[in-house]
Design a protein around this ligand. Structure first.
Ligand code: QAP
Ligand code: CO
Length: 189
């Protein structure tokens, strides 16, 4: 019995509740810490993040958004959305970015519900990361994939897409999300 209790305790300690953190949550403003190695536990956390992203119908998710300060992001722009084409990245690092061309896309964020705004970023990047098998990878991305990876890496540094907007637009979105949160509270009651 003790063995089972201890095992349950350990599971609880390592378990993350995958509730999404929303705009006013301080964890979204913290800097996530590098992963030492992608061990079995980290790999299963990465897959659980991907599941959470699919459940919420996102195209990208960063660990901060589920309250975990580890440098992990997941992205999937495919139609399949079954994990076969997903990117699971630990310690993603932009090692090159195009200084000559930009790309603009109407971004959203699971932590900024129902709000969207144009954000301009470098069109092309080269990113280095550890994959789910702890292998070092490099990937060149452009347009929407580049945009999504940059958005997710921003999260790991405590930066949100609204930080790229004017303070007027940021204020409008912030107030709308505060209203969304208040309405969600009254729905739960
Ligand atoms: C980040 O965002 C991104 O408000 C990923 O009600 C988005 O997956 C990077 C979502 C666009 C680049 C371009 C947002 C779902 C999903 C919402 C997302 C919502 C439901 C956002
Ligand atoms: Co986001």
């Amino acid at each position: 019995m003790r063995g089972i209790e201890n095992h349950a305790k350990k599971l609880l300690m390592t378990m993350t509740n995958f509730d999404l953190r929303i705009l006013s949550d301080d964890v979204l403003r913290e800097k996530a810490l590098p992963v030492a190695t992608v061990d079995a536990e980290t790999a299963s956390f990465m897959r659980a993040m991907l599941d959470a992203m699919y459940r919420h119908q996102g195209i990208g998710l960063a660990a901060n958004q589920v309250g975990v300060l580890k440098r992990i992001i997941v992205v999937d722009l495919s139609e399949a959305r079954d994990g076969t084409e997903a990117l699971l990245m630990a310690n993603p690092e932009i090692i090159w970015q195009d200084e000559t061309a930009t790309y603009t896309y109407k971004e959203g964020c699971l932590s900024v519900p129902e709000q969207y705004a144009d954000v301009t970023r470098p069109k092309r990047i080269r990113v280095r990361y550890l994959d789910v098998n702890n292998a070092m990878q490099e990937l060149e991305a452009e347009d929407l994939l580049s945009q999504a990876i940059q958005h997710e890496i921003d999260h790991l540094n405590g930066v949100l897409f609204i930080d790229h907007l004017s303070s007027i637009k940021r204020g409008i979105i912030t107030r709308k999300v505060e209203k969304w949160l208040r309405q969600r509270e009254t729905h739960v009651m």
